[in-house]
Write a protein that binds this ligand. Structure first.
Ligand SMILES: Cc1ncc(COP(=O)(O)O)c(C=O)c1O
Length: 396
């Protein structure tokens, strides 16, 4: 493989760039996962991760990707044949609903346009109609990574409460956790699903279930057979910092350092940094004259921006050109958005200069591909980052 000079710009919306101190911690020798040193590490990360979800309840850490944590959320709280209400926000909400079918759950899916977030009023209306309370859960994606749309989870909670419905609330925060404000306890979420490879700045390989008391009570009645994903054995072992099977020891070493880094920077400052990067990116995109996939300003994602190219131009050819010229990876369009949009990731470990470098790479690619655009987007973004231009709003 030919070495490309300079650092690779990994600007897909996850996995994200892993900072050197985290990589160094992962590279430390593997320790005995049944020894005292691991027990301390386990207790520390199991406690520290709670603050990222803004919960005082347990958070389960699985050695798997986010898809496993989706499955765990369903298997632990529901029973075969149960009904679940889901909202189609894009590719990832669709994959989650496909999983429910494979598990013999009956999902009712509220159709979406892949440009907007969850409509809480529609959720309320469907739940009001459900007089017999057949829906056992409502499952939504907080930040739809395929479209760059962030839904208002507090509004979904309020909709469920207004309808007086007992359904559990399950939320996917895989591309928002540690990047966009999220409050598991305050928003009354029952299971929050997360992953290590995005806002937490780790490689892929850890996935999370933050769980409410109501979710734990539901898990005691759930009739799904489960073994690897069962919460009960995990919760018992986790009390002393251990796991019922071999954990991802080295990734947990990395998680400890990532949590320290996040605590030092401060969650609220991390969210502001993401908001600024997103605002600067949108300013550049709008200056270039392109449409943002997200329709509603209040739903703009702070962790990624999906950009629509004008008709007749290939987003994949543009990404290919940028990879070759700038050694930079951008996210592809997924499902019906394939080749139509490209996605700029601005989450995890980055600073203002990384954002400007990313936007410069895009601008260079647009020029090289002969795609008509108004030049000067990077300059416009610089104004936002330098504080000379008010940033655009985004969802609370
Ligand atoms: C919002 C969202 N949900 C779920 C997933 C699936 O997670 P994984 O690929 O880690 O299994 C992803 C992956 O990018 C995602 O962005």
């Amino acid at each position: 493989m030919q070495h490309l000079p300079g650092r690779h710009f990994l600007q897909i919306p996850g996995p994200t760039n892993t900072p050197l101190p985290v990589l160094a911690a992962i590279a430390k020798p593997t320790i005995d996962h049944r020894g005292p040193e691991f027990g301390e590490l386990g207790l520390e990360v199991l406690k520290g991760i709670r603050s990222i979800f803004k919960t005082t309840n347990p958070v389960i850490i699985y050695p798997c990707s986010g898809t496993g944590a989706w499955e765990a959320a369903l298997l632990n709280t529901l029973s075969p044949g149960d009904n679940i209400l889901m909202f189609e926000t894009g590719w990832f909400s669709t994959l989650w609903s496909k999983m429910t079918a494979a598990l013999n759950l009956k999902a009712e899916i509220v159709k979406g346009d892949w440009r907007s977030g969850v409509d809480a009023n529609e959720i309320e209306a469907r739940l009001r109609q459900d007089k017999e309370h057949k829906f056992k859960a409502v499952a939504v994606v907080h930040n739809e990574t395929s479209t760059g749309v962030a839904s208002n989870i507090a509004a979904v909670r309020k909709a469920i409460d207004r309808a007086g419905h007992p359904a559990l609330l399950l939320v996917d925060t895989i591309s928002s956790l540690g990047s966009i404000d999220y409050r598991h306890d305050e928003w009354g979420v029952d299971v929050t699903v997360g992953g290590s490879q995005k806002g937490l700045m780790l490689p892929p390989g850890l996935a999370f279930n933050a769980i409410s008391d109501k979710a734990i009570a539901a898990s005691k009645k759930s009739k799904f057979p489960r073994s690897f994903f069962g919460w009960e054995d995990m919760l018992t072992a986790n009390k002393t910092g251990f796991f019922p099977y071999t954990p991802s020891t080295n990734l947990l070493q990395g998680l400890k350092v990532a949590l320290d880094m996040m605590q030092t920077e401060g969650l609220e400052e991390i969210f502001s940094r993401h908001n600024r990067a997103a605002a600067a990116t949108r300013r550049a995109v709008q200056h270039w004259g392109f449409e943002i996939q997200c329709r509603n300003e209040t739903e703009y994602s702070s962790s990624l921006t999906a950009v629509r190219l004008p008709e007749g131009h290939s987003a994949d050819a543009l990404r290919k050109e940028i990879l070759a010229r700038a050694n930079m990876s951008l996210g592809n369009g997924l499902g019906p958005l394939a080749d139509r949009v490209f996605r700029i990731g601005h989450l995890g470990d980055f600073n203002n200069v990384s954002v400007l470098g990313t936007l410069s790479g895009v601008e260079m690619g647009l020029k090289a591909r002969g795609i008509p655009f108004r030049s000067g987007g990077v300059e416009a973004a610089m104004d936002v980052l330098a504080g000379n231009s008010p940033p655009a709003t985004r969802a609370a």
